[in-house]
Ligand binder design. Structure first.
Ligand code: MD3
Ligand code: FE
Length: 218
């Protein structure tokens, strides 16, 4: 079901699109009409594959807790980062990618100029206050030009959008509930991260931020 974005003529807003790079976009509030439809399937996914904190190859436990749905899920342990069809905690396949989440990803990719997005992986990150993600590149996917679609829910975060070298000074971009970031092509390998989450309580999501990213990993 595609929500009708402009059914209420008194409150309809124009899309707010911000360019972060040549092929990187923030779609402000893009996910808001989808949130109601996304939360129930997300809860079902998290019942089957609860959030857990994973260990990096360097031996640090991530402050962000994660889960996955879709044919492939991103994991890390002391041996490295990789995509796997199985949840290492159960040895079972990750829960399927809910259709509404897939449709949201395809709609956002299309709005950012990426036609024919066909995601097979959805990484779900949970930030509690204090949790952060250090500057990194996403390069475990097979096609490093395919777009990635990121949906932010809950507490606001400060996203860091850097360059192609770790040392490039990153832009700071606030990401709010309902914001979607889409990036691909020449911006696909830019360094990025998330500053430590500030305390707070969000009316819909409570004291947390959830970010899910749709990817073509395999
Ligand atoms: C990457 N997640 O899971 S997504 C990740 O908010 C990750 O949880 C962050 O980085 C999060 O790997 C950020 C948003 C994002 C936006 C623009 C990018 C990631 C980007 C541009 C280039 C590369
Ligand atoms: Fe990333």
């Amino acid at each position: 079901m595609t929500p009708d974005l402009f059914s209420d003529t008194d409150t309809a807003q124009p899309p707010r699109i911000e360019a972060l790079g040549t092929q990187a976009w923030v779609l402000r509030g893009f996910a808001l009409p989808w949130v109601e439809g996304v939360l129930a399937p997300l809860r079902e996914v998290l019942k089957a594959a609860p959030f857990r904190r994973m260990v990096t190859p360097g031996g640090f436990t991530m402050s962000v807790a994660l889960s996955n749905c879709g044919a492939l899920g991103w994991t890390t342990d002391t041996h490295g980062y990789r995509y796997s069809p199985l949840d290492p905690r159960t040895g079972l396949p990750w829960p399927g990618l809910p259709i509404v989440i897939r449709e949201l990803g395809i709609a956002a990719a299309s709005a950012a100029g990426f036609a024919d997005f066909d995601p097979d992986a959805c990484l779900i990150n949970r930030y509690l206050p204090g949790a952060k993600m250090s500057l990194h590149q996403d390069k475990n996917e097979r096609d490093l030009e395919a777009p990635v679609v990121s949906v932010s829910l809950g507490l606001p975060a400060v996203f860091q959008f850097g360059g192609h070298a770790r040392g490039d000074r990153p832009l700071r971009v606030p990401l709010l509930h309902g914001d979607v970031v889409v990036w691909g092509g020449v911006d696909r390998l830019r360094y990025h991260g998330v500053l430590p989450l500030a305390q707070g309580t969000h009316a819909v999501m409570g004291a947390q931020r959830i970010n899910f990213t749709l990817r073509k990993a395999g």
